[in-house]
Design a protein around this ligand. Structure first.
Ligand code: 5AD
Ligand code: SF4
Length: 452
């Protein structure tokens, strides 16, 4: 049986795309492997949001291609955002690379790889073995929407991602995504509901809806009874028997209206966690970022959601060192973090991306200042996150038991509605069940508990 190894960098959208590609290989008679030395096909699903992520994937592939391999016919391929953006250039950087496919070609990856592998395995091979085949597909194929389609979740998983829209029509000045993922495009609601029901039939308890700006789902559709297409989708998904939990990521303050805030009051399956990117606490920087809202609006939305759902956990993304960010701008970001009391935040040092407006802006911030602000903000974020987690000790939380702990086979790991990881003793609950747990300990980031 031929084998394929797929390595994934980047966001949950990439993880979900990898799952889909993997399921096509499985259906084609391949097995999944983690062994770099014996895999017949080695694929890397790539991210291009920051330069570091791109270099990491290129470095990894460079190393893989350079080391000896048990199978001379091995096929090497890149897929996803970085290959969409770099295309043919990648063959110049890594000559032994065979296949490069973009973000609207995921559905073709299996066929391209399988065909190349078969031609190399022929007797005699019709394709040279030790030279890159240099096959590149990054075009935006018509009907690519079918690429966002159903897939089998990896067996035994009680959580699943469901992609509901792709692409982004915003033009944040720092962001490469609109050029790698293309225009916004939503999936029909019926397809999503059908996929969700199938997942639930296979034992999935928790679904996370994915989209670049997930709350803009179906934005061309009219409001019905004051409710957007996104809120109506949440309602219909909530009606599915057997589905216990619903999450979505990531929303944007634009198009985040009262109806979505209100959904937290009457949809109990909607989890008490939202990952809500703030990016900056300075209105001047938000304007330079072309984020069309003021910090006060962002804060008001957080407060309204917490009013609707008092135990809501809020996490965020913040960029430090955006071009022109003064110390005063940075202090405003820090003040917003203190005011909102995030449960956690991902802090990113601004990374100039090709063909973006911000990359050409004056007053680029030097690495030292970016690092200082990153370090300083991280201290604040960690202090608040630790305090919020410590405050959960002694409380009763319902956790969805997901798997054995990766680090300790004597423990099971699950997550609360607030998306906080909790460890419980192995054998104390069944994987896939939702159990009440008394939180007994917090290390600041991980919680420990006993089934109650
Ligand atoms: N530099 C640094 N961080 C970035 N992000 C997006 N583009 C850049 C960039 N050029 C961050 C944003 C976004 C997250 C996924 O990545 O905070 O929310
Ligand atoms: Fe990038 Fe802004 Fe679109 Fe998010 S909303 S994907 S940050 S352009």
């Amino acid at each position: 049986m031929p084998s394929v190894l797929i390595k994934t960098y980047g966001c949950q959208m990439n993880e979900r795309d990898t799952e889909q590609v993997a399921s096509m290989f499985l259906a084609g008679g391949y097995e999944l492997t983690k062994d770099e030395d014996t895999a017949d096909i080695i694929l890397i699903n790539t991210c291009s949001v920051r330069e570091k992520a791109e270099l990491k994937a290129q470095g990894k592939m460079g190393l893989l291609c350079a080391r000896p391999h048990a199978k001379p016919w091995v096929v090497y391929g890149f897929m996803g955002c970085m290959s969409q953006s770099c295309g043919q250039d990648l063959f110049r950087i890594i000559p032994r690379l065979d296949i490069v496919t973009g973000t609207r070609q995921y559905h073709n990856v299996y066929q391209l790889c399988n065909r190349l592998l078969r031609s190399r395995l022929g007797n005699p091979p019709t394709e040279p073995l030790r030279r890159g085949a240099h096959i590149c597909h990054t075009e935006h194929e018509d009907g690519f929407q079918n690429a966002i389609r159903d897939h089998l979740p990896p067996s035994g998983h009680c959580t699943a991602f469901v992609s509901i829209m792709q692409g982004c029509d915003m033009r944040c000045s720092y962001c490469i995504v609109p050029s790698t993922r293309g225009e916004e495009c939503s999936r029909p609601m019926d397809d999503i509901l059908r996929e969700a029901r199938e997942l639930v039939d296979r034992g999935v308890k928790e679904i996370t809806l994915l989209g670049q700006i997930v709350n803009r789902y179906g934005k061309e559709q009219p409001l019905i009874n004051g409710r957007s297409a996104f809120v109506r989708l949440l309602e219909q998904l909530s009606d599915i028997d057997g589905l216990e939990r619903l999450r979505f990521t990531s929303p944007h303050p634009i198009g985040f209206r009262e109806d979505l805030v209100r959904a937290y009051t009457y949809l109990p399956k909607l989890c008490s966690h939202i990952h809500f990117p703030m990016q900056s606490g300075s209105d001047r920087i938000l304007a330079l970022m072309r984020r069309p809202y003021k910090n006060e609006k962002y804060i008001r939305l957080c407060e309204a959601m917490r009013e609707a759902r008092p135990d809501l956990a809020i996490t965020t993304d913040i960029i430090v060192g955006f071009p022109g960010e003064t110390d005063d701008d940075y202090q405003q970001t820090k003040a917003a973090v203190e005011r909102i009391q995030f449960d956690n935040a991902f802090i990113f040092q601004y990374s100039p991306r090709r063909d973006t407006i911000a990359a050409a802006m004056p007053d680029q911030i030097c690495l030292r200042v970016k690092e200082e602000r990153n370090h300083d903000l991280l201290e604040t974020v960690n202090r608040i996150a630790t305090a919020r987690n410590n405050a959960l000790v002694g409380t009763l939380q319902h956790i969805l038991v997901e798997s054995l702990s990766k680090n300790n086979p004597n423990r099971l790991q699950g997550r609360t509605s607030q998306n906080k990881p909790v460890m419980i003793p192995a054998g104390s609950a069944a994987i896939g069940s939702i159990v009440p747990v008394r939180i007994t300990e917090s290390t600041g980031f991980t919680l420990y508990g006993e089934p109650a």
